[in-house]
Design a protein around this ligand. Structure first.
Ligand SMILES: C[S@@+](CC[C@H](N)C(=O)[O-])C[C@H]1O[C@@H](n2cnc3c(N)ncnc32)[C@H](O)[C@@H]1O
Length: 248
C-alpha cells in the first residue's frame, strides 16, 4: 500500500497544491490527447485536486477522478464545475472492468509506486479497466537527468502568497538509493514561523524498465515523448511521457 505524503493529507498543505502546481502545458497535452483519440470514457487516476479532471469533463464524456487522498478530493469538489466529474476515493483496485477509452496518471503519480508489486498491480488494474484499443497515458521523470540534484534549498526556495499568508517552500533530498529518492518538502508559514515538513519518497524507473513492465502486463507502447510538444524521447530529456495501448 502506498503511504500518502503530507502534501496530500494535511489540509493546510492541500490548499496550497493548486497554487504551487497550476495548470500548464501538461494539462493541454492530456486534453489534446483525449480529444485526438475521441475518448468518451476517461479515468484520471491520482487526480488530486482535479485541475485536469474538471477540464476533461465536457459534454458527451464520462469522467471519473480517483484518488486515495480524501483531502485532495475535497478541494477538487469545491469548484463549481466539479459535479460534471464522478469522484472516487480509492486507488486503481476500485476500477474494475469499465471499458474505459483512456486512463491518465498525471503529475508524476507513476513515481509514488515504490514497490514493484504495487506498480505492476496498478498497471494490471488499469489494463483491465480499459476497453480493447483503450489507452493509458502518463509521465515519469527521467532518472538519467537526475533532477533531484536541483532539489536543495538554494535552487528550489521560493515565496508565495497563500490563504495562510506569505509562505516559503523548498525541497531537500535526504537520500538517494538505487532508484529511490527520499526528500523533504519544507513549508514555512512566514507570519508565524511554523514549519511543516512533508517527507516523501519517489521511484525513478528508466524508460526501458517502464516499457518492459507495460509490455509484461500486455500493453503495446505506442509512443514515448520527451516533452509536452510530442518530441520523441531521448536520454537527455527530463520527462518520459508514455502512451500505451491495450491491444484491440
Ligand atoms: C503530484 S499529485 C498529482 C495530482 C494530479 N494528477 C495533478 O496532475 O496535479 C499525486 C497524487 O497521487 C495520489 N496518489 C498517491 N498514491 C496513490 C495511489 N496509490 N493511487 C492513485 N493515486 C495516488 C496522491 O494522493 C496525489 O493526489
Amino acid at each position: 500500500m502506498v503511504k500518502l505524503d503530507k502534501h496530500y493529507v494535511d489540509p493546510r498543505l492541500v490548499v496550497l497544491y493548486d497554487i504551487e502546481n497550476p495548470r500548464g502545458e501538461d494539462t493541454d497535452f492530456y486534453l489534446n490527447f483525449a480529444k485526438k483519440i475521441n475518448a468518451k470514457h476517461i479515468v484520471d487516476l491520482g487526480c488530486g485536486t482535479g485541475i485536469l479532471t474538471r477540464e476533461l469533463a465536457q459534454p458527451g464524456r464520462e469522467v471519473i477522478g480517483v484518488d486515495p487522498a480524501s483531502a485532495m478530493l475535497a478541494v477538487a469538489q469545491q469548484h463549481p464545475d466539479a459535479d460534471r466529474v464522478q469522484w472516487i476515493n480509492g486507488d486503481a483496485s476500485i476500477l474494475g472492468n469499465r471499458q474505459a477509452d483512456l486512463v491518465l496518471m498525471t503529475g508524476n503519480v507513476a513515481q509514488v509506486f515504490l514497490e514493484i508489486d504495487d506498480w505492476l498491480t496498478t498497471l494490471t488494474n488499469i489494463f483491465n479497466s480499459l476497453r480493447p484499443g483503450g489507452y493509458l497515458a502518463f509521465e515519469s521523470r527521467n532518472p538519467l537527468v537526475k533532477s533531484w540534484q536541483q532539489w536543495n534549498r538554494d535552487e528550489s526556495y521560493y515565496e508565495f502568497d497563500s490563504p495562510h499568508g506569505r509562505m516559503a517552500s523548498w525541497v531537500e533530498v535526504v537520500d538517494v538509493h538505487d532508484n529511490r529518492v527520499q526528500l523533504e518538502g519544507h513549508n514555512l508559514f512566514l507570519e508565524t514561523g511554523e514549519v511543516i515538513v512533508a517527507e516523501s519518497e519517489l521511484v525513478f524507473r528508466s524508460r526501458e524498465e517502464i516499457a518492459a513492465q507495460l509490455t509484461q502486463i500486455g500493453f503495446t507502447v505506442e509512443r514515448v515523448y520527451g516533452d509536452w510538444h510530442q518530441t520523441t524521447f531521448d536520454d537527455a530529456q527530463r520527462l518520459m511521457v508514455f502512451i500505451a495501448r491495450r491491444p484491440l
